[in-house]
Design a protein around this ligand. Sequence first.
Ligand code: FES
Ligand code: FE
Length: 457
Amino acid sequence: MTAPVIPDYLHRMWETLPEGRIPAKIFNDPAVHTLEKQRLFSRAWVFLAHESEIPHPGDYVLRWIADLSVIVVRDEHGQVRAFRNACTHRGNQVCKAEMGNASHFRCSYHGWTFKNTGELIGVPYHREVYRGRLDRAEWGLRPVRIDTYGGLIFGTLDPNADPLDEYLGGFQFYLDFFLKPGPEGAEVYGPPERWVSDTDWKICAENFGGDGYHTPVAHQFGFALGFYPSSGRTHFMGYAVHIPGRGHCIGIGHTPGLPPFVGFPPEVVEGYMNALSPEQISVFRDARMSVATVFPNLSFLIQPFSLAPGQPGLKFCTMRLWHPRGPGKIEMWTWCLVPKHIPAELKHEIYRVYSLAFGAAGTFEQDDFENWTNLSRQHAAFNADSFELAYLQGLDLEPIADFPGPGRAFTPYVTEIGFRNLWGTWLNYLLTPLGEPVDPARVPPAFHPPETQPVAD
Ligand code: FES
Ligand code: FE
C-alpha cells in the first residue's frame, strides 16, 4: 500500500474541533477519500447486509467495503459467510450477479470453482498443469471477518479490530428501536434501491446522526401540505445521545403528551412492549421520530408520513448505507425495514409510506439531496481547507446524569454534540497509523472526556 498522504489541515482540525470548527474541505477532498480507504474503511466494521436478504441456503448478495467487492452468502448449513469477490488464480470477480442463489461460484476466466463455503474444489486440468504443486486447500476464496447484531451483518478487513460488540459500545440499546419492533425482529421489504449522487458520504452520515435542525426548513413543504405532522414549538425537544470515541449517534425527537409509540399500528406497539426492556421503553415510548448513524456509514430513521395530505401518518423505518464511490460521490443504498410479525398488507402499506418519503423518488429524499449536492460542490473549492464550518451547538451542555441508556445523553434533541464526536472519531482513525490500534479514548485536546454510563440490563 502506498504511504498515506495526510493533508495538513487534518492536524489543525484536531485542535479546532473542540471549539466547534471544522474545515469544509473534509467533505470533498480526493486526499481525504484515499486516506479514508487506507485508514478507516480498512479497519472499521462496515455494514454488509441484513440477514433477511439471504434467508435460504445458497442465497447471496454482493456488497462493498470501500472499493472492495464482497460476497455475502449463506452456505448449505445455514452459516453466513463473506469472501473477497476475487478468484485466487488471477483475481477475476467470481460472482457477477448482484444477488442470487448458488451452491458454487465458477470463475469465468479459467474455470476455477469454489463452494459457497469458500473451498476451492474445481481446477481444470489440475493434475496435468499443476503436477502436484497446487494445494487446493490453500487457495480458497479469501474470507472477510464478519459478525452480526440484530440481523445486521458487518464485515471488517482488520483482523485486530475490536469485536463488533465492543465496537458498538452500548449503541445496541438504541439500535433495538429500529431492529426489534417485535420479538421476531425486522426484515427488509424487497431489495435495496440504489443511486449515485454527487455528495460526500459524511454529509449524509452526519445528517442521519440526528440533524433535527434542518427538518422544519429543508422539509417545510411536508409540514405545510400536511404529509408530516408538525411538532411546532416542541420540535427541538428530546435527546441526542452518542457513544464517546466510537462515533455512533442518535437523535430522538420527543413531543410530550402523545400516546406511547404513537404512529405505529397496534401490532407494532405491542411488539415493542414485548421486545424492548423497560429502560428502552422509557427512552422510546414518547419518540415522535428517531434518526441514528452507526459509524461510519450506516443509518436508520423512523418517522411518520402520510399517503395523502391531512391523513394520520404511519411510521416507517428505513435503513441506509452511504457508500463512498469517490471524492464527493456516493452510491446510496436504501432499504425499508418492516416488523416480521405483522400481516403482509400492513407491511406493504408501510412500504408505500416509506417510498413516498424516502424511496429513490421520495419527497424528503429529494429535499436532502438537493442541499447535500450543493454544499458538497462548495467544499471541493481549492481553498475550502481554510473555510471553517460552525459546529457550535451544545458547546456548554452537560450530559444528563440519570439517563437510562448507555453513552452520553443530552437534551435538547437539536444539538451538534454528537457530530463533534462523530468527526473526532473519524479523525482518530485517519490520524492513527496502520498497525496501531485506534484507541476510542484518544480524543482531541479539550474534548469532553469519554465517560460512559453503565449499560442498562
Ligand atoms: Fe479465475 Fe483464472 S482468474 S480461474
Ligand atoms: Fe432530511
